[in-house]
Ligand binder design. Structure first.
Ligand code: PLP
Length: 473
């Protein structure tokens, strides 16, 4: 039988492919500031034009790279560009792209310690660094996940397995009405009916009302249900609100509840003095989610779950089988498959480790400090624009605002603000999104990309001002 060796790229072909891809990546990244902040017209038409049958034979890679960089990649939100101030920006530092290339090319197996001890240790170092950032003790541990949603899911399952019996349907969990919807999704995926998720009203600063939380827990206990988990937010997606984490920790300790903190957006602000002040108490949580693909500017695909007591992860996840290799008994050596839902997976640790090992944590801290300052500056500018009301002052790097028109009814005022948002985004220099806050549509600016600096913020604020002027005419 003649072997088909096509899939084993020769050294020359591999080099040429990487060089051709690198050329296009470099051009693309250089063009990011000149690209529109979003290009969303005719997306479905593009998608339909890309539908294709399974090809029996291939096409030249130059043609394929052209297709990707000229037609496929540019359409949509420019999430990697400096004007992306929507939702929660990610960024995409290129060191991590190179790390992904290395990780995929060497293709070692990080889920089992014995299969790749060095790789597992590098990932364990990253988890330890994150635990240190949170202020966790030496007993802590954690895992890297594909993102915040799955990290929240694993946190919820871990809490359930620690505190509830196998027959867990009377278990109830609590979070503010501002919590990210991945928590309710996690609860459903973990087998809870949706009504077991209590969304407790938040206060004027969009923080959980701890008095109402206490009432809800007491009422559930009286009703024969089993409260087991409180989720605090350290940076909500809507407004960046940070719950009173110390207050929640006191309450959970007194009531024997698991405290999980969703710090997917806000957690890495712990690297800054202001963030540490805002997130005081986070180290008392039983579990914390931090998203490197938000606050460390990584490309999409890396979240993390940290737990105060690493044995809880093991108790929730450890299973093995006859065909598996021996696992480690030494608590310092981690078999990630025993503490997470995954077995085979990519080597996520490298894409966090490489940029930090290359630069230290200093540039990350300074970038986060800059984002906090830019948000304060933007808030000051917004306040000078006639008719603008600040709906949520920044607690981290999000500010929410709207045009207030007391002469209009609520519906017309919301419609005006939707038009305001569209008018800003139509200028294509920044891309903002909106949300509902207390029944009112508000616009929000979220500054988190390492590519967003003062020049783009000033352009964005000019666009906000001119769009507001236009709407007044
Ligand atoms: C506060 C918060 N939690 C959780 C998530 C979910 O994270 P991911 O999109 O990585 O699944 C997000 C996403 O923006 C978020 O802002």
């Amino acid at each position: 039988m003649t072997p088909d060796t096509t899939l084993e790229l020769s050294s020359e072909d591999f080099r040429a492919l990487v060089e051709a891809a690198t050329r296009r990546i470099v051009d693309y990244v250089e063009s990011l500031p000149r690209q529109p902040s979003a290009d969303t017209d005719f997306g479905p038409e593009l998608a339909r034009s890309l539908v294709e049958p399974l090809p029996e034979s291939g096409r030249p890679y130059g043609e394929l790279l052209d297709l990707l960089f000229e037609r496929v990649v540019p359409k949509g939100f420019n999430t990697a560009g400096p004007g992306y101030l929507a939702y929660i920006p990610g960024g995409g530092i290129l060191h991590s792209a190179v790390a992904n290339l290395i990780a995929d090319a060497v293709n070692r197996y990080v889920g089992v310690f014995a299969a790749a001890p060095g790789l597992a240790q590098i990932e364990a170092n990253v988890v330890r660094w994150f635990c240190n950032i949170v202020g966790y003790p030496a007993t802590a541990g954690g895992i890297l996940t594909s993102g915040g949603s799955l990290a929240n899911f694993s946190a919820l399952v871990t809490a359930r397995r620690e505190l509830l019996p196998d027959d867990f349907l009377s278990g109830v969990l609590y979070a503010s009405d501002q919590v990210h919807h991945s928590i309710a999704k996690a609860a459903i995926l973990a087998g809870f009916p949706e009504e077991n998720v209590r969304l407790v009203p938040s206060d004027a600063d969009f923080r959980i009302r701890t008095d109402l939380l206490a009432e809800a827990v007491a009422a559930d206990r009286l009703g024969g249900r089993r409260p087991f988990l409180v989720v605090g937010s350290a940076g909500t997606t809507n407004t960046g609100a940070v719950d009173d984490l110390d207050g929640l920790a006191d309450f959970c300790a007194a009531e024997d509840l698991w405290l999980h903190v969703d710090a997917a957006y806000g957690g890495f602000f712990l690297l800054t003095a202001e963030g540490r002040r805002r997130l005081a108490g986070i180290s008392r949580a039983d579990s914390v989610v931090l998203d490197p693909h938000k606050g460390l500017f990584l490309p999409y695909g890396t979240g993390s779950l940290l737990v105060r007591d690493r044995d809880t992860l093991r108790r929730a996840h450890a299973l093995s089988a006859d065909y598996m290799p021996p696992m480690q008994d030494d608590p310092d050596l981690v078999d990630f498959n025993l503490i997470s839902p995954e077995l085979s997976r990519d080597w996520r640790g490298l894409r966090v480790w490489l940029p930090i090992a290359m630069h230290g944590i200093g540039p990350f801290r300074r970038n986060l400090e800059e984002k906090l300052e830019l948000t304060q500056w933007a808030t000051g500018e917004l306040a000078t624009i006639p008719g603008i009301e600040i709906v949520a002052e920044p607690q981290l790097s999000i500010v929410a605002f709207r045009l207030a028109r007391p002469d209009l009814d609520a519906e017309a005022e919301n419609a005006l603000n939707r038009a305001f948002l569209a008018a800003i985004n139509d200028r294509k220099r920044v891309y903002l999104t909106g949300t509902m806050l207390g029944g009112k549509f508000a616009l929000r600016i979220c500054v988190l990309s390492f590519r967003t600096h003062f020049d783009r913020m000033r352009e964005g604020l000019d666009d906000v001002r001119s769009a507001a002027d236009d709407l007044r005419k």
